[in-house]
Every structure is written in structure tokens, then in C-alpha cells.
Design a binder for this molecule. Structure first.
Ligand SMILES: *Cc1c(COP(=O)(O)O)cnc(C)c1O
Length: 879
């Protein structure tokens, strides 16, 4: 009989073991090996069977076994130790608690972090790929560092999907139902026990009601909103059914619940628990964009601000992170659909009286692509995020550059390098991803794990005994091989094979063969099948008589992505071939458990995206921390941190316009690298059987990448570079009854209005010698008509640079000019610019808005440059 609905009955533990329930209820077990060992000791076999899920273990543990453990003093002592350790972890001061002293300023009292997905543990499948894993690692690292962060997301009743294969190798999707009562979470309740409910108004007078679940991620609470609520009709109960499932309407409702409902959940959580109210709000990608709008709504209805003021107040405390340079990866909705929904979710909720302070056209303009190349019919969530956040970042240095180019339409008149989008490179949570054996080896060399937060701790790794290091690598590879055989057998059984036909699986992969891992989602830019480009050459690599390689592959295609499924089928069919199937394997259902096994056991991690479409990538970082090496296109993080000897860079043929030819060139380069460099290095063993040069490279990888790839480094960067600035800006604006908000909004309004009348009347530049020489100074004089603007409203700059193609100034160096004299409506500015280089230089001036409450000169997207060119002067063009 098929169950209509799943439900979970929680075990009643013997009193002596009650602490097991506490340990299971906080996800810290997911990255704390000693706690996991306590669970494993309850019943080793069951622990494996339930996939290392403590709640399932406790739910299914045998009552006699529990009674036995309750009487086992040694076990109880271990349990007490683990609980005491958790208590210490939850309450002791950590890095953040010492930050005020370091900073000289008060760090934010609270930070709210909004994300559509979270990858915390395989036991809580609420993620599809890198974005979610990153969010999970952000929360865990924030916990480790003591950052007072609250995470906000949705609880998807079916998660993403679980993947199996048909006999033909076609991806099949299943949506097993999750019962929240069987997951590590509790419902948020009022003191009287009534569950907290969050509501969002929808069109046609409907109302979406959601439960709020709280997941304990160490010190960090994660609030998950769940639309499967009795008050909703059947359709609305399905709003949070699947991650990235359903059509446009469905996705829009999910995002309304995440952003608007999410903020309401945060308010309820803080009121009920005394958690400090967030001063900083972090949107992890555009899915969370409505958070900004709900904050605007709060300021309008709660503080009586007008729209412009509310936007300023919101922007100051908001951080937006963009995660993709792939246009199809940006969330965009039809404008009319958004308009209809916001009329309810924002305006109906706010009540009739405030429509003039929340003008619908202004609200809609937040997501408008009203710039060159934009589509007038869409509402763009990332663009709204950027308009509602004073601080915006990409996720690697290269991705920062690409994003500045991609979104420069929002700051017209500015060069791409002045677009106010910075970058913080992603990182990974070491204790989640690093094998226990590697952690133990590290602890033997550097007993104080704090030292690994700094480069000098990592430098000590060079002292590791190479024999120990190689033994550790062999252990991890062996475990991967065993895990692959286990999973492959299960997959073939699902594909319809009988046990008798599967004897060959015992010989799949070889624990001593160079092992390459490749696992990720399967959008086309990641090029899952690049390795199949020349099948004969690949076969030769796999079957090489002295230096064979073996490849383990995993990845899910989005259920609607037929193209991606075809790629998976191509790989699976190749790997099904009896002549190579012992050397190449596709593992179905890529999740965090498969990922851990792969990143720990692979010697080499292959990554071959189409540069520059991989915003960052993080799986290669996990590999590096486990003593594996990267073989990757210079994209995302690898572009930044590949140093020539900590792995290999696959050359990019990005100047080749024909994509097919480009694939061919890059694949050929990949094969050659494996043949000529990777495999020879791996198999070059000394008399003692050690691959010395390989291990040198592993050590160099650990020393050079270790301190950089940690998510604690990333979270510290967020705190120092973005959260602190956002909190400071927010405090400056909101102090004294929101005085700064009124001032800044009024000032911006005035400047925007007066800007068109501003113009540059005249510019002249005089060298101190004629012709000017390097080392001389150039005196620049400009005459401006300021109109209704005051000299203090603007910053006037002279800009000197080389004259590039199309009369563009390249490598411009700006120097500020100061107002010298006013003559009626004319204001004269002067200043001196040192001439630091020879050649054909050009000079111009530009005028920018200036106010102490701006985050930077490009914030308003306003800049005035006089029409070029005006006058020639001995190789110096005045423009
Ligand atoms: C780390 C990880 C990712 C991220 O993969 P990249 O392609 O490197 O961005 C995706 N999925 C899972 C399950 C992971 O563990």
C-alpha cells in the first residue's frame, strides 16, 4: 500500500540519553566529528544505513540497545563530554565578540541572511547546487566565528529532486516527501505554545499562510517558511513544494514568501527570543529581492517615511550578492505579473492610506531594465536587489569584473571599473568538507586549529611527513573506490540489473590509479561532456598500460533541461561500455554525501567551464583542502589563485568565436595536460614508492590555497568589508529620528532635479613648460555653470590619461579641482595634475555628485563630462 502522507514519530529516549536528542537537534553534528562518533557508537550498522542522519538513527534505534547504552557508564561519559562541548561552543566568546576592540566601532548587533536554498547536510536536502552549499557554509562559518546571523529560507517539502537513471541512461526525477517532524527543526511558537504564522497577501483577496521552522546551525538560527499550512487551499499549500520547480507564477509566489514573509518571520523571531534586531540585511542573489521591498514598506508604514526616504534607509543597511554572469541564471518575471502581485503583497497589506507614499510605478521601477539592451517587459530581481542595496558584490575577482561590465547600464556614464560592485571570493567550510583523516593529520602538525586561520599555520604543513601524507591520500582514494562500487551497484539494481550480472562492479576503479573527479550541476556552460570530445583519446587515457586514469562523474540536470539530460545520457552511455566501465563511472544523485566522498578521494579535480561563466566554483576548493590538485580552466576562483605550481590551468580559447572549434581546442589541451603532465607526475615514484614531486605540489597547494579558500576568511571579509560599512551607514542615516534619511533623500532629489542644468562652460590645461615633460605639472582650469547646485554638492575632477582607440582616455588618473572664484552663475575650478608619463595624453574634467552620506561617487549614476574634444595643445588634447 502506498502511504498517503508520511509522518514521523519521535522516539522517547531513556532519561540518561536525553542529551542525544539535544545533540541531534543542533546541526553542529554535521561538522563536529566527535559528536558524529557518539551517534555512530549507538549502532554502527544502523548509522550507515540511515546515511549518518542522527534523527533517523534515534528514531529507528532498538529500544533494548538504548537501554543498554543508558546503563553504559563509558558511553554516558562520552555523551556528557559531547554535550558540554556543544554548550561551550554555543556560549563562549568567539572572533566576532572581540571585533569591537579590533574595529574601534561597534559591529552590527545582528545580520539577516536571505537565500532561496541552503546546503547544510545531506540529511536536509534543501539545495540544488553551489549557491545553496555556499549559503550553508556561510551559516556554519558565521556560527564558528560568533557572527550574530539569522538565516532565512523556505522549507521545500520535496527538496530539489533525487536522481536515478533509466536503463538507457536517461535522468529520472523523484520527489520524496520530507516530513519536517523527521528533520532537525522545531516550529517557532508563541509563549502560549501557539505556532507562529506568517502571512503574505496575494491577488484575488487570497492570503498565503506559512509555518516558521527553526533549524539550529550551531549558534545560528535558520528560519524556514513552509506554505504547507492548514489555512491554505490545496494550491497554496504547494507553494513551497519544490526548489526551482513550477512555472513563473509559482516561482514568484515562492520569492514573495521568502522576501516578504521571511522578514516578517525575522521580526517575530527577534520579538520572541530577544535576538538582537538585524542592522544588516544580506540578499544572497535576486531570489531574496523582495526583502528590500518589504523593508521599504516597513519604513513607510512604520516610520512614516516617503518612498525616496524609505529606499535610502533600506539601501544603507542592505548587502546584495550576485552569483551568476549567465543571463539565463538571473531571475526575471513578466512585469504585469509582478505588478498584480505587489498590488496585494505590498499595497493591500500596507492599507489604503499609503499608496501615495508607495507609488506603484516607483515600486515597479525598482526592477525595470530601463537601460540600453534592457527588456521593458520584465521585472529583474537582481536589478531590484542592486537598487535596494548600497553594497553589491560578486563572488570572485573575475566575477566582480564581469558583473561590473554586465550591470554597468545601471550606472550610465561610468566606466566599467567604476561601477560600484566589489567582490568577495567564496570559500568553503573546512570541517564540513575535509576528511577526518586529513583533519587528524593536520592536528598532529599544528595542534591549535586556530593557527589554520592564518597563512603561517598553513606554512607548517610543509613539514608533514610525506609518507603520512601519501598514506592519508591512499586511504581517502580507497574509501572513494568502495563508495563508488556501493553506489554503482545500487544504481544498476535500480536500472534493472540482477545481482548475478553485476560481478564486474567489484573490480570497478582501482585504489592505486590516478583518480579524477568531476561533479557539478549540468548547465551547458559547465561542459559536462567536454572530455568526450575525442572519445578515442579519452579511451587511451583510461586504458593506458602504465599510467591509466580513472574518472568519477556526478551531476544533476534541472528537470526542465532536456539538453542537460542528453549530456548526462552521453556520459552514462560512454561509461556503460564494458571496455571502459572499470575506469569511468557516473554516480547518480549528486548530493552533499556524494560530494564529500568525491572531493576527499579524488587526486585531481577537473573543472572546464566556458570562461568567464563560472562565477566562482567551490568544489575545487574542497578538493584542495583534502590534498587533491586542481585541473581547471582559469575561471572563477581559479583565475585568481592559480599560481603556476599549485595545480594546472587548462588554456582557454576564448578568442575563438566558433564555439565548436573552441571546445575542440580546449579539449585537446585538456587531454595533453593529463597525458604529459598530470599522469607522469602522479606515477613518478621514488625507490620508497612515494610520488615526491606530486606530494610537493600537494603541499604547495595546501600552503598557497589553504588560508584563502576557507569560508571563515570569506565571512570575515563580509563582516569587515560589507556588514560593518552597511551597519555604519545605516546608523548614520537612522540616528536622531532618521535625520540622515531625510537629509540624504532630500539632497538626492534636489541634485537629480538640478543635474540637467549643470554644464561645463570651458576647460583649459596649461603645462608648466611648453611642450610639457614628464615630471611637470599641468594646471587645469574649468568653468562650470552650477545652476541650482551648490559647490559643496559636486566634486569636480580633472582626468588625465592616455588617448586610446576611439579617443577614449585609458588608465585615467583623476585629481580633484577646487572652486577658486564665482562670477555670477559661473564657478571657476582649478587644480594641478602631475604629469607622470610620456606620450599622447588627454585631459578632461568630470563632475560628480558629492555628499558625505554617499557610499561612493557612482552611487547616483550621475556624471557630467564635457563634449570632446575642445582644443589641441602640443600633443595634449583637451576634451
Ligand atoms: C560544492 C558543491 C557544489 C558546488 O559546485 P561548483 O560547481 O564547484 O560550484 C555543488 N553541489 C554540491 C553537492 C556541492 O557539494
Amino acid at each position: 500500500m502506498k502511504a498517503i502522507r508520511r509522518f514521523t514519530v519521535r522516539t522517547v529516549l531513556p532519561e540518561e540519553l536525553a542529551a542525544l536528542g539535544r545533540l541531534a537537534a543542533n546541526l553542529r553534528w554535521a561538522w563536529h566529528a566527535p559528536t558524529r562518533e557518539v551517534f555512530a557508537a549507538v549502532d554502527q550498522e544502523l548509522w550507515e544505513q540511515v546515511g549518518h542522519d542522527p534523527l533517523r538513527l534515534l528514531g529507528e534505534a532498538d529500544a533494548d540497545r538504548l537501554a543498554e547504552l543508558a546503563a553504559d557508564e563509558a558511553f554516558c561519559a562520552r555523551l556528557r563530554a559531547a554535550t558540554a562541548d556543544l554548550d561551550g561552543y554555543l556560549t563562549e566568546p568567539r572572533w566576532y565578540q572581540g571585533l569591537a576592540a579590533e574595529n574601534g566601532g561597534e559591529p552590527p548587533a545582528g545580520v539577516a541572511y536571505f537565500s532561496a536554498e541552503y546546503g547544510l547536510t545531506a540529511a536536509l536536502p534543501q539545495y540544488s547546487g553551489g549557491l545553496g552549499i555556499l549559503a550553508g557554509d556561510h551559516l556554519k562559518s558565521a556560527s564558528d566565528l560568533g557572527v550574530p546571523l539569522i538565516g532565512v529560507g523556505l522549507l521545500y517539502r520535496h527538496g530539489y529532486f533525487s536522481q536515478t537513471l533509466s536503463p538507457e541512461g536517461w535522468q529520472l526525477e523523484e520527489y520524496p516527501e520530507l516530513d519536517p517532524r523527521g528533520l532537525p527543526m522545531t516550529r517557532l511558537r508563541h509563549p502560549d505554545g501557539a505556532p507562529v504564522e506568517v502571512r503574505v497577501d496575494l491577488p484575488e483577496d487570497r492570503e498565503l499562510t506559512a509555518h516558521v521552522w527553526v533549524v539550529r546551525v550551531g549558534r545560528v538560527p535558520l528560519l524556514l517558511l513552509d506554505a504547507d499550512h492548514e489555512a491554505n487551499d490545496a494550491e497554496l499549500r504547494r507553494v513551497t513544494d519544490r526548489l526551482y520547480g513550477g512555472g513563473t507564477d509559482h516561482r514568484l509566489r515562492q520569492e514573495l514568501l521568502l522576501g516578504i514573509g521571511g522578514l516578517r518571520a525575522v521580526r517575530a523571531y527577534c520579538a520572541l527570543t530577544g535576538h538582537p534586531a538585524p542592522e544588516v540585511f544580506h540578499m544572497n542573489e535576486g531570489h531574496a529581492g523582495f526583502l528590500g521591498l518589504e523593508r521599504v514598506r516597513e519604513y513607510v508604514t512604520g516610520d512614516g517615511l516617503d518612498f525616496d526616504e524609505a529606499v535610502e534607509a533600506t539601501r544603507a543597511g542592505t548587502v546584495f550578492t550576485t552569483h551568476t554572469p549567465v543571463p539565463a541564471g538571473i531571475d526575471r518575471f513578466p512585469r504585469d505579473l509582478v505588478q498584480r502581485h505587489l498590488a496585494s503583497a505590498v499595497h493591500r497589506h500596507a492599507g489604503g492610506g499609503v499608496v501615495d507614499r508607495l507609488p506603484p510605478d516607483r515600486v515597479m521601477a525598482l526592477g525595470a531594465e530601463n537601460y540600453e539592451g534592457g527588456d521593458p517587459h520584465v521585472f529583474n530581481m537582481a536589478v531590484m536587489g542592486m537598487r535596494l542595496a548600497q553594497r553589491v558584490n560578486g563572488v570572485s575577482r573575475l566575477h566582480g569584473e564581469v558583473s561590473r561590465e554586465m550591470f554597468r547600464g545601471l550606472w550610465p556614464g561610468f566606466d566599467a571599473d567604476e561601477v560600484p560592485i566589489t567582490s568577495i571570493t567564496n570559500g568553503v567550510h573546512a570541517r564540513t568538507w575535509v576528511a577526518e583523516e586529513a583533519q587528524e593529520l593536520a592536528a598532529r602538525i599544528v595542534p591549535d586549529s586556530e593557527e589554520f586561520e592564518r597563512p603561517d599555520g598553513w606554512r607548517k604543513v610543509t613539514g608533514t611527513d610525506e609518507r603520512d601524507l601519501w598514506e592519508m591520500r591512499r586511504t581517502l582514494r580507497r574509501r572513494l573506490v568502495a563508495d563508488v562500487r556501493h553506489r554503482l551497484r545500487r544504481s544498476w539494481r535500480q536500472r534493472g540489473a540482477s545481482h548475478a550480472e553485476l560481478g564486474w562492479i567489484d573490480d570497478v576503479l582501482d585504489p592505486d590509479v590516478l583518480t579524477i573527479g568531476f561533479a557539478r550541476r549540468v548547465p551547458s556552460y559547465k561542459r559536462l561532456t567536454l572530455m568526450l570530445r575525442d572519445r578515442e583519446r579519452l579511451r587511451r587515457l583510461l586504458l593506458h598500460p602504465e599510467r591509466p586514469v580513472q574518472i568519477v562523474i556526478a551531476g544533476k540536470a534541472h528537470p526542465a533541461d532536456e539538453g542537460g539530460k542528453r549530456l548526462i545520457q552521453e556520459i552514462v552511455r560512454f561509461a556503460d561500455d564494458p571496455t571502459v566501465r572499470h575506469r569511468i563511472v557516473f554516480l547518480p544523485d549528486y548530493d552533499m554525501a556524494v560530494a564529500r566522498s568525491l572531493v576527499q578521494g579524488s587526486d585531481v579535480w577537473l573543472n572546464n567551464p566556458l570562461r568567464p561563466l563560472e562565477a566562482c566554483g567551490t568544489s575545487g576548493m574542497k578538493v584542495a583542502l583534502n590534498g587533491g590538485l586542481n585541473l581547471s580552466v582559469r575561471d572563477g576562483w581559479w583565475d585568481e589563485w592559480f599560481d603556476g605550481s599549485n595545480g594546472w590551468a587548462i588554456p582557454t580559447a576564448d578568442s575563438v568565436p566558433d564555439p565548436d572549434r573552441r571546445d575542440e581546442l580546449e579539449a585537446a589541451a585538456l587531454y595533453s595536460l593529463i597525458e604529459d603532465q598530470v599522469a607522469p607526475l602522479f606515477y613518478d615514484h621514488d625507490e620508497g614508492g612515494l610520488p615526491k614531486r606530486w606530494l610537493e605540489m600537494v603541499k604547495h597547494t595546501l600552503v598557497s590555497l589553504g588560508p584563502k579558500v576557507l569560508a571563515t576568511r570569506m565571512v570575515r571579509d563580509y563582516v569587515r568589508q560589507l556588514y560593518q560599512g552597511a551597519a555604519d551607514a545605516s546608523r548614520r542615516l537612522t540616528a536622531d529620528g532618521l535625520a540622515g534619511v531625510h537629509e540624504l533623500a532630500a539632497w538626492k532629489r534636489r541634485v537629480v532635479q538640478a543635474w540637467p542644468a549643470l554644464h561645463v562652460e570651458h576647460v583649459e590645461a596649461v603645462g608648466s613648460a611648453d611642450p610639457p615633460q614628464v615630471g611637470d605639472e599641468l594646471e587645469v582650469r574649468a568653468t562650470l555653470v552650477l545652476g541650482d547646485l551648490d559647490p559643496s554638492d559636486v566634486r569636480v575632477e580633472a582626468v588625465v590619461g592616455r588617448i586610446g582607440p576611439g579617443d577614449e582616455l585609458t588608465d585615467p588618473v583623476p585629481a580633484r579641482l577646487t572652486p577658486a572664484a564665482a562670477d555670477g552663475p559661473l564657478v571657476r575650478y582649478t587644480g594641478r595634475v602631475p604629469l607622470d608619463r610620456a606620450g599622447a595624453l588627454g585631459c578632461t574634467v568630470r563632475v560628480l555628485p558629492d555628499h558625505p552620506l554617499l557610499s561612493g561617487p557612482a552611487e547616483l549614476g550621475l556624471v557630467l563630462v564635457p563634449e570632446p574634444p575642445q582644443e589641441m595643445h602640443d600633443g595634449l588634447v583637451l576634451r
